[in-house]
Design a binder for this molecule. Structure first.
Ligand SMILES: Cc1cc2nc3c(=O)[nH]c(=O)nc-3n(C[C@H](O)[C@H](O)[C@H](O)COP(=O)(O)OP(=O)(O)OC[C@H]3O[C@@H](n4cnc5c(N)ncnc54)[C@H](O)[C@@H]3O)c2cc1C
Length: 489
């Protein structure tokens, strides 16, 4: 084992969160030493893991992009465009020298006596192990396992003669030309994949258990195009479009909570316009849940509906009884045959990167902790996890949290504290605890399957991830750090 290196801060993960954290740390705390440790051989996280045809964002890049670097282009972007943007952030700010690729963190132990974490790292290229120590762990490792997607265990899968693939581990050599394909699931992934492969395939059948809300619109932002015509500088356009997008999203969210039925009707009627007359909207595009209880899937230029209208793709709303030799038998008795089945069925949630954590020798089970503002955890010192928004772009929270963390580091510097740990105050000790996310509020499958592994929430905003960007933007900068459930030592 080589010698141990020490940094003031270790950032774990070089996805959109880790690169954002590195930028802000360098910008706001230039004398703080830090390094980003990333297990892959490159930056990008989600946007390098997913390689299926058509892979693109489902939120607009004006808000998925950082506040400090203008996005110049159509709002919905391909993975490649997002990676180019991130690469520019790295180059323009000389961040490369702070990133170590092939560094996989297996475990981290905190010592209160030394006021530091010791982190064991394996080099994924050489299999060599080494140690780092740090005062603070800024966890940017995302929220799902990158090596394998979630595929349910359906009866008869072993009998099936065709190929079963998951979009998260898309094979390079897959042959789609003329093939009949079933895509299981109708979330964003399916909505992206289907139009991207429909022209090559013989036919694509989308098999969904229940319908999803979609919003289809042109992949353009009118005000951005108008401002560009007027030669307005890109920094201004970025800021104006962000404000407008966030305003519109906030209004839409309020509306969908206040008038769920009306919003539901409006969304469904918009889809009706894009499908042939008489299409069975009731069965295939009328969700059973309230709008915004799951992420709304955006369909740029209505391409999914064009594939359905052209007959290249079709919808089946039914349950899977079992796989057969030729395909899938549904509960209603229909046998769908396919050469390839794509299981667009989501992720395996990963709580803090599946890293083993101990605090003073005691193993940490995050399910036994209560979250401080969806960032930190009771009893776990000097550690924060960037967990973004579901109803707004993830990156908005990367920027906001970075400001909060840097303010907290300043506070520690000025008070001489070396440790910060969320601690329930006497008045908090008897509050009701609930799951990380209220399933009434937001209930995607991957979260529902693994909610029991996640930290708990309390019934006050400081003890929850409120998922409310608009309130956090206002309140986080005003939090009185000396009286908010944080113990500084
Ligand atoms: C297909 C897809 C499309 C999406 N589209 C959007 C969208 O349009 N808008 C939106 O807001 N959100 C979207 N999301 C959610 C998206 O994942 C987040 O917005 C964001 O990309 C997460 O960034 P991150 O950096 O936090 O995590 P990730 O992108 O998951 O990156 C985490 C990084 O940490 C590394 N890592 C993990 N564990 C370890 C370890 N133990 N040691 C070292 N390194 C480690 C990983 O290798 C990875 O590179 C999408 C998700 C998917 C899967």
């Amino acid at each position: 084992m080589t010698s141990t290196e020490h940094f003031d801060v270790l950032i774990i993960g070089a996805g959109i969160s880790g690169i954002g954290a590195a930028y802000h740390l360098l910008d706001q705390q230039p004398t703080t030493s830090f390094v980003v440790l990333e297990s892959k051989d490159t930056f990008g996280g989600t946007w390098v893991t997913h390689k299926y045809p058509g892979i693109r964002s489902d939120s607009d890049l004006y808000t998925f992009g950082y506040r400090f670097k203008p996005w110049i282009g159509a709002p919905i972007a391909s993975a490649e465009e997002i990676l180019t943007y991130m690469g520019e952030v790295i180059n323009e700010n000389d961040l490369d020298q702070h990133i170590r690729y092939h560094h996989h963190i297996s475990d981290a132990s905190w010592s209160s006596e030394e006021a530091q974490w010791t982190v064991n790292v394996t080099n994924t290229a050489t299999a060599k192990t080494r140690q780092f120590t740090t005062n603070f762990l800024w966890m940017c490792q995302g929220y799902y396992k990158h090596d394998k997607g979630y595929t349910p265990d359906w009866p008869g899968m072993e009998e099936y003669d065709g190929q079963i693939v998951h979009p998260q581990t898309w094979p390079d050599d897959i042959e789609l030309e003329g093939k009949n394909v079933i895509v299981i699931g109708s979330g964003s992934t399916a909505a992206t994949l289907v139009p991207a492969i429909a022209d090559d395939c013989g036919h694509v059948t989308v098999l969904q258990r229940s319908p999803t809300y979609f919003r289809a619109a042109r992949n353009a932002i009118e005000i951005a195009d108008q401002l560009r015509e007027l030669d307005i500088q890109e920094e201004w356009i970025h800021e104006i479009v962000r404000r407008k997008t966030l305003f519109d999203q906030s209004e839409f969210t309020k509306l969908s909570f206040a008038y769920p039925d009306e919003v539901k009707d409006a969304l469904i009627n918009d889809i009706r316009e894009l499908l042939p007359e008489g299409y069975d909207i009731e069965t295939h595009f009328t969700p059973r849940y309230r709008p915004w209880r799951q992420r709304l899937a955006f369909v740029p230029n209505g391409d999914l509906f064009a594939s359905i209208s052209s007959g290249k793709a079709s919808m089946v709303t039914d349950e899977i009884e079992r796989f057969t030799k030729k395909g899938i038998l549904t509960t209603s008795g229909e046998e769908l045959s396919a050469d390839i089945v794509v299981s667009a069925t989501g992720f395996h949630l990963s709580v803090l990167g599946n890293i083993d954590f101990t605090v003073d020798g005691k193993v940490i089970d995050f399910a036994d902790t209560v979250t401080y503002r969806g960032m930190m955890f009771t009893g776990v010192p000097n550690l924060a996890w960037v967990f973004g928004y579901f109803r707004a772009s993830w990156t908005l929270r990367v920027d906001l949290m970075a400001d909060f963390m840097c303010r907290m580091f300043d506070h520690m510097g000025s008070t001489g504290a070396t440790q910060v740990v969320p601690t329930l105050r006497p008045e908090d000790e008897h509050m009701d605890l609930g799951p990380w996310m209220d399933p009434e509020n937001f209930n995607p499958g991957y979260l529902a399957r693994s909610m029991h592994l996640m930290p708990k929430s309390g019934d006050a905003p400081r003890w929850a991830h409120t998922q409310d960007y608009w309130t956090e933007r206002r309140e986080l900068p005003l939090v009185d750090l000396s009286d908010d459930g944080l113990t500084f030592v």
